[in-house]
Design a protein around this ligand. Structure first.
Ligand code: B12
Length: 446
């Protein structure tokens, strides 16, 4: 059984970049780089079959002039001749994923097309295009494996628990799986990074010459920020891997000097992180680490930040979100503005390069922009990000505001485009955000 797994290209929609002044464009990240951990996990789950992964983000980074999506997909279909094609979905890459499936079906309607990933999990209703055969919501590595086995044995796919069939008469849910799948615990599957060799040189962070990889220590998030898709994806549940399983994975990452933790927040269970980093130093694992850490957590645990910095923590991404208590409350961020300044001191004191991210709501006028610029200007960080409050489908914020959405083009749902009516004329809104990106320390970009 030949299985082709495709990571779709990234959405090119980026109005902040388009409208930013020339001297700000340099700092606005045009792409995020990293391995598709989800697809690599799926690939590992069926490694005893003939499985291939294509990272089209990496492919277009390597060869920006590469043939368009349709031709790329046809070329791989002709070469590999798969019987199953799987694609991973987030909101902004939805149309690309569907285009891939349409191309697959035109090439050979007998190929089984399988959609998985975050957008499938929280918005299954979007997947009604006739090119989609099966939806695998959730952490579905085990389910996907059952599907492949059923297909190979010629058994009807309706017999596979935990999937959704996209039929002409609507979605058909199969039986519930016997047991819940514990993707961070007993059912953890090590992502198979061997599939990424071709694109390794594209997974680089900043000026670092060696490639970086992602690793997760947890899935889900115990916080419930209204704009975030992670906790709805995991149904409010939070799962942590065992220390030894993370150590085991880190030991296999010889090719990578930089490891970016892909957790929503890496420090949730303080004891876990202490134990993990004790074992990292016992094992003599030397890497540069990048993590997402909340400002309130840093302020409550400065000793832990110091320890992590000593063990290789180089970059921290911190969602400041807002300089106003009222906005933090609206976002259900469960923190206070007062932590921002103190956390910056703690990170800087420990030589950590900080990316502080602010969210800009559509209601901002010139005064609001000035106030944010003043605040960010007196609390500078090495990398600063200013993105747009976006109602990601499936989030609490989406449900609160869905009647006010004026642009439903999913390719714009990547935090760099406004899909709500803005108070300022749209161009002014984007120009103002673009200008903000200059407010940072130094010239580094990430
Ligand atoms: C790693 C990561 C990336 C990587 C890799 C993603 C990729 N596919 O290439 C990179 C760096 C490329 C990336 C980029 C972006 N990302 Co990102 N990313 C993440 C992150 C940190 C972790 C995801 C992860 O690896 N989870 C662990 C794996 C194991 O879980 P999983 O992916 O869900 O996969 C499991 C299941 O979903 C399922 N599954 C997944 N795919 C498939 C496919 C099939 C066929 C099957 C059967 C099953 C299946 O099985 C998997 C194994 O259990 C999340 C935040 C988070 N903490 O979750 C954001 C997140 C997914 N990213 C997000 C966004 C918005 C982006 C960007 C658009 C950001 C931007 N503004 O530029 C960009 C897109 C590209 C770009 N512009 O460059 C959002 C998505 C929101 C949404 N509703 O769409 C998230 C949730 C962050 C957030 N808080 O909002 N990202």
């Amino acid at each position: 059984m030949k299985i082709l797994l495709i990571n779709p290209p990234r959405s090119p929609e980026n109005k902040i970049l388009e409208y930013a002044p020339a001297d700000a464009k340099h700092f606005i990240h045009k792409k995020l780089i990293g391995p598709p951990l989800g697809l690599l996990t799926i690939a590992a789950a069926v490694k005893d079959f003939d499985v291939r992964v294509i990272d089209l983000k990496g492919e277009y980074d390597l060869h920006p002039e590469a043939p368009d999506l349709k031709d790329q997909v046809i070329a791989s279909l002709e070469e590999f001749n798969p019987e199953i094609v799987g694609v991973t979905f987030i909101a902004s890459e939805f149309y690309y994923g569907i285009d891939i499936f349409r191309t697959v079906k035109l090439f050979n309607s007998g190929i089984l097309t399988v959609a998985g990933g975050l957008h499938v999990t929280i918005c299954p209703g979007d997947f009604t295009d006739a090119s989609v055969d099966v939806l695998c919501p959730g952490h579905s590595a085990g389910i996907f494996r059952e599907l492949v086995i059923a297909r190979e044995k010629g058994k009807p796919i309706e017999t596979v628990p935990g999937i959704v069939l996209n039929t002409a008469s609507g979605h058909l849910r199969t039986a519930l799986p016997d047991q819940a799948w514990d993707a961070a615990g007993k059912n953890f599957i090590m992502p198979d990074r061997s599939h990424l060799k071709r694109w390794l040189q594209t997974y680089k962070v900043g000026k670092d010459p060696s490639p970086a990889t992602y690793i997760f220590t947890s899935l889900g998030c115990p916080y419930e920020c209204s704009f975030c898709s992670i906790w709805p994806q995991h149904d409010r549940k939070y799962y942590v891997r065992s220390v030894e399983s993370v150590i085991d994975e880190l030991k296999q990452l010889q090719e990578y000097e930089t490891v970016r933790f892909a957790d929503a927040n890496t420090i949730v269970d303080v004891n876990f992180i202490h134990a993990l980093f004790d074992r990292i130093s016992e094992e003599g694992i030397k890497k540069k680490y990048i993590m997402d850490i909340r400002s309130d957590v840093a302020v409550r645990h400065p000793d832990l930040i110091e320890k992590l910095a000593g063990a290789g923590l180089k970059v921290v991404i911190c969602g400041f979100e807002s300089f106003r208590e009222e906005e933090l409350r609206q976002y259900n961020k469960n923190t206070s503005v007062s932590y921002i300044k103190e956390s910056i001191d703690i990170f800087h004191r420990n030589g950590i390069m900080l990316r502080g991210n602010y969210i800009v709501p559509n209601g901002y006028d010139e005064d609001d922009f000035r106030a944010l610029a003043d605040y960010a200007g007196s609390n500078r960080v090495v990398y600063a990000g200013y993105t747009i409050l976006t109602p990601m489908p499936g989030t609490v914020f989406y449900n609160e505001i869905k009647d006010q959405i004026i642009d439903r083009d999913l390719s714009k749902y990547n935090f760099f485009n406004s899909v709500l009516k803005t108070k300022l004329p749209l161009e002014k809104f984007y120009e103002n955000i673009g200008k903000l990106w200059k407010i940072k320390l130094g010239e580094d970009i990430i």
